[in-house]
Design a protein around this ligand. Sequence first.
Ligand SMILES: Nc1nc2c(c(=O)[nH]1)N[C@H]1C(S)=C(S)[C@@H](COP(=O)(O)OP(=O)(O)OC[C@H]3O[C@@H](n4cnc5c(=O)[nH]c(N)nc54)[C@H](O)[C@@H]3O)O[C@H]1N2
Ligand SMILES: Nc1nc2c(c(=O)[nH]1)N[C@H]1C(S)=C(S)[C@@H](COP(=O)(O)OP(=O)(O)OC[C@H]3O[C@@H](n4cnc5c(=O)[nH]c(N)nc54)[C@H](O)[C@@H]3O)O[C@H]1N2
Ligand SMILES: [Mo]
Length: 734
Amino acid sequence: MPRPRLRSGGGLRAILYTLRKAWQAGGWLKFYRRMRARNACKTCALGMGGQQGGMTNEAGHFPEVCKKSVQAQAADMQPPIDEAFFRAQAMETLSSRSPRELEYAGRLSFPLFAGPDDRHYRRISWEEALDRVVARMKATSPERAFFYASGRASNEAAFLLQCLARAWGSNHVNNCSYYCHQASGVGLARTLGTGTGTVSLDDLGKADFVLLIGANPASNHPRLISQLVDLRARGGRVLVVNPLKELGLVRFRVPSKPLSLLFGSQISDLYLQPRVGGDIALLKGMVKHLIETDALDRDFLAHHTTGWSEVEADARGTSWEDLERGSGLSLAAIRRAADLYAGAQNALFMWAMGITHHAHGVQNVLALVNLAAARGMLGRPGAGLCPIRGHSNVQGVGSVGFAPALKKAFASALEQELGLTLPTHKGFTTYEAMVAAEAGEVDFAFLLGGNLYGSNPDLAFAGRALRRIDLTVYVSTKLNPGHFLGRGRECLILPALARDEERQATTQESMFNFVRLSDGGAPLPPGTEMKSEVEIVAALAARLLPPSSIPWAEMTSHAAIRRIIARVVPGYGPMAAVNRLQREFVVEGRVKHAPDFATPDGRVRCFVTPLPGLPEAPDEFALMTIRSEGQFNTVVYEEEDIYRGQERRDVVLVNAEDARRLGLREDQPLRVESEAGVLEGFRLRYADIARGAAAMYYPEANLIVPRRLDPESGTPAFKSARVRIRPLETGPVR
Ligand SMILES: Nc1nc2c(c(=O)[nH]1)N[C@H]1C(S)=C(S)[C@@H](COP(=O)(O)OP(=O)(O)OC[C@H]3O[C@@H](n4cnc5c(=O)[nH]c(N)nc54)[C@H](O)[C@@H]3O)O[C@H]1N2
Ligand SMILES: Nc1nc2c(c(=O)[nH]1)N[C@H]1C(S)=C(S)[C@@H](COP(=O)(O)OP(=O)(O)OC[C@H]3O[C@@H](n4cnc5c(=O)[nH]c(N)nc54)[C@H](O)[C@@H]3O)O[C@H]1N2
Ligand SMILES: [Mo]
């Protein structure tokens, strides 16, 4: 297969792709109807869809095409897998299938079970499945169980499941954000007293500067790119900070803009490529330059921050040489970036995994807050902080309490609602739950969507841990490797409706703190037995829990759940009437248009951020594990990555200079070794990437990503795994 070569992201290619996929999924009309259904998009958390349909944004713009939402939709529209498939294929065979093959096996449409000695999954009835879950839970202590949710579940389902867990007695409730934006949540809570972004989509429309750092929205949030094009058209500036030159962040053809589609749009005004993990040095350098050029907002700093004088003293006291070495950038480049920012009236700071997936993830966020505070870009319209969220409802899942700890007000309102006292033991984070499982301290795990196995660092560890659990219950739409390599001694797979197939309306929260309403959707093919996530959880609760003030059996009504959410979840008051009034809303208390922050003294807390250490050995690389446009997390839709010019995924991207230094040439088979393991046979590819950095695709690379975490947030360092790269022939690294 030839290597794809492109000059810009997006474009006609994206549109043609949409049409082709739609045709394969059962015809254009059927597909169009489903994409147009009033539904928050199921892929990223930008908050598309809602009132005006699946291809519009919060402001109602249509059409906003995004390839992966098309892929996800087409995959959900596949026919169901039949029983013969499971009779014919042993688990051993299926466990060696790629994520892509499993995704395209079809939809799961009836409950499946496998015991410790079974070689095949077999179909069972819903009755038997629910009985098995309840029997196991009754035989288990709630402290020896955990509940995990990915970020696609609706607010209704996530809320109900965390209620079930807590009413049963377990605080071990966690979600995929522990492997994603947790460092943002912790960093923002520490500085601003709130765990989410401070802006609404409106603010993005008013900004004249965006610092886009550690994120690749051209692939992962393509509709954000059209916002950046608009911003530049208004005369605004975009500063991109990314060790890898991402094609779509240089030029992009926005499908919904005819001129852009034809000629392409420039996306970045300045593109800096620091070393991996070099962001703190860059951000501190920018602050230092603002100090030296007297470009600080002294008034804001004096009245609305604490800790600034230490931050300023630290920046003054750090030498330019250390900042250059730490960032891998020249003094001139750092000054240019800071000057660009100094010229802005309204600056927005947007980031994703390039910032959080480090052992210093929280420190990265603190450094961003310092830079924003330096010019008073917090607590006013058109400016602020915006973590670019991952899953479509990951923010909502956390908001409605699918987390190990609840805020005080939330907890006491929930106690009142449930008529019982909540458990007080400390709840596991995602990684803590995995460690407990490995130690044999978990008997039961309930996994609402996602692929916890494939998302973990060190897959040998992840498999070991999950396989020690007595019963794992997966609520899934399609097969993934976790069902085989991450199954407990007994395993159940319960087939769920995708969110836009549910009969009742559901809600989701976008990264702009906007709660969106999704209509129920398409009728199910005959003979299929999928249930909505809410139906599954309500049925379990009714069997498991004694009668309480919540009538569990009636909790199949989404409206009833929303009424409870409105009473207990902070900021969610308008939830009760969201469907009746058809009024979507912004969560109260999140968007900050005035400088009254949710900290005890109302001020932004600024912290000194030390520079992280640098790599030691010459053949040691900082490995970042990244996504391509043709995948959604552990689900791979296609092997090629057109934006990065790769036709296959078993590659290691490094700078040509580094390759030459180590005597490596393009396409050479490699041995990549870390403290977690070895991967052999992946090919070397040159890329426009910072020196000392290497990039590989997630999830494949998780075989060798070590279990090194950010101590402050527990987020794994998926973007700075230390690896050694050698030609395959030379054998093991000594
Ligand atoms: N198509 C598609 N869309 C998705 C997803 C998907 O898998 N596929 N996943 C969804 C989810 S859950 C998430 S969390 C988001 C993820 O969205 P992103 O965070 O944008 O995705 P990643 O590919 O993990 O990495 C982001 C970028 O960080 C850069 N980077 C790596 N290390 C560093 C560093 O040290 N400093 C800086 N400044 N940059 C660095 C990488 O070069 C890469 O361009 O996307 C969501 N949307
Ligand atoms: N090395 C490395 N590891 C990483 C990352 C990285 O960048 N590098 N990124 C991390 C990040 S940011 C994240 S968010 C995690 C992702 O962690 P997860 O959210 O756990 O994983 P996904 O791959 O998104 O889950 C995919 C599965 O979800 C199920 N699914 C899809 N749609 C639905 C639905 O509507 N309902 C239900 N019930 N199930 C559904 C399907 O069975 C599918 O196989 O991975 C993390 N792991
Ligand atoms: Mo994520």
